[in-house]
Design a protein around this ligand. Sequence first.
Ligand code: ACO
Ligand code: LMR
Length: 604
Amino acid sequence: MNRLFTKDTQAIFWNNNKTAIQRMLDYDYVIKRETPSVAAIVAPTSSNKFEKFFWGGDEIMVPVYRSTKEAKEAQPQADVLLNFGSFRTAYNVTMDALDIGGFKTIMITAEGIPERLARKMNTRARELGVTIIGPATVGAISPGAFKIANIGGTIENIINSKLHRAGSCGLVTRSGGLFNELSNIIAINADGIAEGVAIGGDRFVGSVFIDHLLRMEKNPDVKYMILLGEVGGAEEYKIIEAVKSGKITKPIIAWCIGTIAKHYSSGVQFGHAGASANAERETAEAKNNAMREAGIYVPATFNDLPAEINAVYTKLKAEGVIQDIPEPEINKLPAYRRARQFICTISDDRGEEATYAGFPISSVALPSTGKTIGDVVSLLWFKKVYPRWAVDFIETVIKTVADHGPAVSGAHNAKVTARAGKSVVESLVTGLLTIGPRFGGAIDGAAKYFKYANDNEMSPSEFLKYMKKQGIPIPGIGHRIKSLKNPDLRVKGLMDFAAENFPATPLLDYARTVEALTTSKKENLILNVDGTIGILMVDMWRALGYSEEEIDEFIASGTLNAFFILGRTIGFIGHVLDEKRLAMPMYRTPWDDILYDVQKAEEI
Ligand code: ACO
Ligand code: LMR
């Protein structure tokens, strides 16, 4: 807690402010951080899952979430919130983050948050021990570790102002512009800063000068402090108190801006909302005098500040308090960089041997590896190494649905196409295009609706009623030829496998109660092979520790039907090759297989 930020600090950035985020990541790259300082972006109206940014000449993806809660759950290590909401939303965003918890620092950039709300927000944060920086600020920086958004300006300016590595000064200002100016002055007249905060220009800011100076007093990197105050407010007197009582022992150099105010007959309001004196002791001159009397280094004029800094620095150096700072090696940003058009997260063909999710092909392909098609699917579809039972289940599904004879819709179409002289691939895709909600493609639907019913604790009859209202047959229920009397042994095989190998099958258990009801109405309304696969895949994923959102995403993206598509491809190719081998002539449906009911069109 003695340091505001470290090289491991990560932030959640509220608002997709791409330029500011890129500046942070450029800074990270230059100072050789290992992790990006922005762990997540919150963009309530975005449907993006990530945003691409440059990392040096390369690119990285920063995840995007709809809410602070989601972002915090996904990135619990990120303990800084950079609240870039507008003055209309910033209050709610902060209060929400305080409720969520786990944030050490919240920085608020918006200017003009209603003062009543700002005070409420600041009080709440103080109660919870959260440091608020702002409102109306450019933020803070721990050079060489972490920098908020635009503070310090461009990378060139940052390096010129020695903000790329820790120096010895602790700097606190109100204004962001003057913060940058002073960083530069400190770089020229001393060795840079160890930690710097611009607390913000609004009348009611969260953390005040004393909060930061007390922390810097305990921060071993800080050897002396510079305070740039302003006309208005009495915060500087707290520092005088702390110096007098011995709470602050490190040297402080201070200056209060706004001494010019005395030359105006009426009260002057400077740029910031807080920069106006309401009493004699709030004037810059009074505060400068009081600080000087307390033993704080206060120059005669602002113009003397650089010399004062240099004098204190030189003295501390002579005393051995400040040592020489070795210049660290830094990365250079490439002059030219190009955004990639495509992203691939599953395989890589650039090395000596291509990999499937990081595994060289030979390590999964060769029989000696003991790996199967199920392993390859788990790597390429899910980017995970699944346990044996799950891999075996995937493999069992693929083998189980590989074919179901020539009469089924898809095989029929593939055969007809092959007989029309089309190629293997053309005939195959014709078969594949037949897969849909009635034939082979009810797996996602089954997973979706059974999961929904079970999650909502619907009884089987409530579920049936619900589906009737939806106006669709229950996906995964019913078969043209299979029934209670003529059971589908594929279904039995899958269920037996699950009973033996799955840790638990809660959704299947529920689906069986639904099946009991549907088969009591009509005996072919069994849980069919599509339904069984969909439901067991959900049980499998739950047992593997996937979240409900991840499972819902698998379902929504069509992952489950893909198992049927993959398996049945084997069968369709078999049927197409069969046609070619047999050199079958073109198929024409016989007239007597068609009911012709064609009326002569009426003229209108
Ligand atoms: N849910 C509720 N009622 C159903 C369902 C169902 N899934 N399936 C059929 N019924 C009812 C129908 O409403 C109809 O009722 P009615 O006689 O009161 O009018 C009756 O059963 C017969 O309907 P058909 O559509 O003629 O049933 P058929 O047995 O021919 O259909 C089919 C089989 C297409 C699979 C059907 O059951 C269905 O659409 N099921 C859902 C989709 C599905 O799971 N498909 C995958 C099948 S397995 C595979 O392809 C690998
Ligand atoms: C299949 O696997 O193709 C079948 O269950 C569909 C059918 O009509 O037999």
